[in-house]
Design a protein around this ligand. Structure first.
Ligand code: HPA
Length: 265
């Protein structure tokens, strides 16, 4: 029996979600695709951190999709708000406590690979932890990270993307930076040299936490903008949110078709 870090509110007793989904900036619209059941504000769960960022509402929505019980986190906390990496991954530990075995992490990210286009989704197949913080700090968890992002789930999603859209789903390496400021053009060039395809300020602590708990991880970046210096334009949070809102629908179609098969893996 796992340690109980968070007391489970009465309203959530008896629920047994199999898949947990974390929605990033502007991606909250995905909840419209599910048959909803209970919802629970983060404030109802003692010890769970809550974000103060616009567009990161803080609640768990429970429900089902294609007969699979889900738990969706609308809003996450980031280290740029002053939280630790362990706090940024608290939702994942709560999902694990609720019985979740597979986590789907989504985020909004900047493009580093100039061949990629805004509005597209990128499957994360590896990451660069450039924030150099870990949710496992304070323990001696020398976990293997050869495959943080479960290969069989990636294969499933890529096949479904071709089936649905006739094109390949983009795939690449996500670089995690502290933020909150966006990168400079020199930093974007550096990230490309290091092998990154996209850059953002989340997801990596959650993925590390999930793997350390033996959960399977699927992660996707919504490419909302070119990284600094790759286009003539300045970056702003409103634009990131708007592209995210439009792209959430595309993700819904893909996940709706894949979620029933995911729990067979
Ligand atoms: N950089 C970092 N994080 C981001 C970006 C970006 O360009 N876009 C969305 N999240």
């Amino acid at each position: 029996m796992a340690d109980i870090e968070f007391p489970v509110p009465d309203s959530l007793r008896g629920l047994s979600p199999k898949i947990g989904i974390v929605l990033g900036s502007g991606l909250g619209g995905f909840v419209d695709a599910i048959a909803p059941s209970v919802s629970c504000d983060y404030s109802e769960i003692e010890g769970l951190p809550r974000s103060k960022v616009a567009g990161h509402a803080g609640k768990f929505q429970f429900g089902s999709l294609g007969g699979v019980e889900l738990m969706i986190a609308q809003g996450r906390v980031h280290i740029y708000e002053g939280w630790t990496a362990k706090e940024a991954a608290a939702q994942i530990r709560f999902m694990h406590q609720m019985g979740v075995q597979i986590v789907i992490l989504t985020n909004a990210a900047g493009i580093v690979n100039a061949n990629f286009k805004p509005g597209r989704w990128m499957l994360i197949n590896d990451h660069l932890n450039l924030a150099r913080q870990s949710p496992l700090t304070g323990s001696a968890s020398f976990i293997d990270q050869s495959t943080v992002y479960t290969e069989s789930l990636r294969v499933l999603l890529k096949a479904e993307h071709i089936e649905l859209h006739g094109t390949s789903l983009l795939e690449g390496t996500y670089a995690w930076l502290n933020g909150p400021e966006y990168e400079t053009p020199a930093e974007i060039r550096m990230l490309r040299t290091l092998g990154a395809d996209a850059v953002g300020m989340s997801t990596v602590p959650e993925a590390i936490q999930a793997r350390s708990l033996g959960m399977q991880v699927l992660a996707l970046s919504c490419l909302t903008n070119y990284g600094a210096g790759l286009s003539g334009q300045a970056l702003n949070h409103e634009e990131v949110m708007e592209v995210g809102l439009n792209s959430a629908k595309k993700l819904s179609g893909l996940l709706e078709n894949c979620i029933p098969a995911m729990i067979e893996i």
